[in-house]
Ligand binder design. Sequence first.
Ligand code: ATP
Ligand code: MG
Length: 409
Amino acid sequence: MSNLQPPRGTADILPQDQRRHRHVTDTAQAIAGRYGFEEMSTPIFEATEVFKRTLGETSDIVTKEMYVFDDKKGRSITLRPEGTAGVARAFITHLRSEPLPLKFFYRGPMFRYERMQKGRQRQFHQFGVELLGVPQPLGDVEAIAMGAHILEALGVADKVTLQINTLGDAECREAYREKLVTYLEGFRSDLSEDSLERLGRNPLRIFDSKDESDRAVVKNAPRLIDHLNQASTDFFDAVKGGLDAAGVAYEINPGLVRGLDYYGHTAFEFVTKTLGAQGTVLAGGRYDGLIQLMGGPPTPGIGWAAGVERLALMTAEAPPAPRPVTIIPRDPAAQTQALVLAQQLRRGGLAVDLGYSGNLKKRLDRANKAGATAAVILDGDSATVRDMETGEQTDVALAGLEDHLQRYR
Ligand code: ATP
Ligand code: MG
């Protein structure tokens, strides 16, 4: 093999980084559990329809970023670019008759064929939550507050800002759409090719464009937030009031629309300045129409997804690797004894390494490099325990060894 690099946009996650990732998802899981959310996993690939219908034909993801291929029977398959569509599909398949609300979280790899930049990969990981069956703004508030709580538990709360917006209900989005199109028509020559395409199908999406010239055009465009009907205003007020009551600080960003088509009412992002251009670490919104669109019973939903890599980059220290006790047989005759002892201690809950080969000094060196807290030098009937921090050595009878080693747990 000549190319030993992982495919472009993917990464090998080596133990030190994996511990950070694990810390992010374990922390998120622990907090989500306190809000009554349970883990579910859906397949890493789905029928292409699952994403194409739901994410919107004009979304960046569907138009450019999906990994689509035909399987051996000619069925169109897509590697999942996000988690909500799969959870919604699974809900319709298995849980449509369950009493609502239902609360799920998921974690795992997502795949998007993106242009490579810092903080943007083609395989990345998300932790996400979905709250199904709650039409009230209280659901939005809880989902957002849970996101804030997780960021706080990760120790990054002071580095992120919560931005919220409302996309209103379908009625006011429709009325606003006409005003927006009229405005944008005046700037046809300034819009990117992608946005000209969006203009006919989903003009609101132009707010999400990363093209400089597009951004300049939408800067002065009429804003949806100024064209809300009463119901949408009331809903947004209730979300803001709830966040105030829960002590969750936010800014209103009228240009925030989110990249997917299925959102209405609340949209939000937690953003940071510490990661450069790709500063969104957790983002989501309300998707009341999604499940019905997929053929399920009308079921409101709200959810968000967090980028695990981006959060891992923000957490200061990787949690330390567990430190072992190393058992070193003094001569080959003690090797079996060492193995038996190691198994006994591991069953008792200790992390144990075996020193495999080399003279005693070499093995002690290696134990030291592996971060061992103690080395047990085994010699037939007796054992010497060397504390690797102090260098102090103690002879310990075999019968008392397990007790003696408890201090190194
Ligand atoms: P953007 O507008 O930056 O492309 P998005 O709207 O596509 O973001 P979401 O679909 O909301 O992103 O994904 C939720 C989170 O997942 C993002 O806020 C980010 O933290 C993370 N994320 C999304 N795409 C990537 C990627 N290609 N690489 C790493 N993390 C990502
Ligand atoms: Mg994107």
